[in-house]
Design a protein around this ligand. Sequence first.
Ligand SMILES: O=C(O)CNC(=O)[C@H](CS)NC(=O)CCC(=O)C(=O)O
Length: 286
Amino acid sequence: MSKTFKAACVQNCATADVAHNTAATLELMREAAAQGASLIALPEYFSGLEGIDGLLHPAAFPEQDHPVLPAFSEEARKLGVWILLGSLGVKSDDGRIFNRSYLLDASGAIVARYDKIHMFDVNLGAGEIYRESATVAPGSEAVLAQTPWGGLGLTVCYDLRFAPLYRTLAKAGATMLAVPAAFTKVTGEAHWHVLNRARAIEHGCFVIAPCQYGTLSGGSECFGHSLIVDPWGNVLADGGNGPGVIVAEIDPEAVVRARGKIPALEHDRAITFRRTGREEPKSAAE
Ligand SMILES: O=C(O)CNC(=O)[C@H](CS)NC(=O)CCC(=O)C(=O)O
């Protein structure tokens, strides 16, 4: 079993200025590294996005030309840390973008990429409408990345509401689940803590969930409260509101202990479905 290490979440508020956001998150990353973090996770769209007519038009580029990637690759190498780039807008070939998460190792190499699968197309009322699929092309593949501390399942934001994705990752070997986010304030207040704790408890995994705070350039209000949750569901660190860094110790043995008490992953059973009750008489036309 791998040894204990420190993980961190950076909590920022992305403006319309990608260069500013990049500099600010690099600064917070250095703070996390100074506190001994070996794995540092950044929120969804940490480097910024533009909100035009309520749609998302992140400052997106083809991956090979992305202006943000080299800076963070270099920083991972300089600090000797692994970095989860929560997500960047990366041009897709259908004129939209991918909401793509990257894991960089301590040499700065991209060791995993994951395209957000579930699109936040919702109407929260009071004029708060999101149509992520209007500008984002969904991914379709769950991604488990190997790290020196165990398997890290990659997810993004709205994915958090879809438990089967986390079950797939846990059954594939994940002992840690990444949930970089820009959760809205409205839904964050109602659901963020309980959903992250549920994913940790259901799968006996650590959850590392960096979230943006404040009002983004697109106008949406983000919840903040980046979280690190242990496999028993205890919140080890909560970023509250405002810029900053949270750091917590990740002891892989905690996964063994939680799963030893509640071996839910082993008890999981395939479920069949049968409709019962009186069938409605079919009309002659049918
Ligand atoms: O809003 C922004 O400008 C940035 N946020 C995003 O890009 C994404 C897609 S719109 N936000 C979410 O997925 C929120 C999910 C969420 O909040 C929930 O599932 O409750």
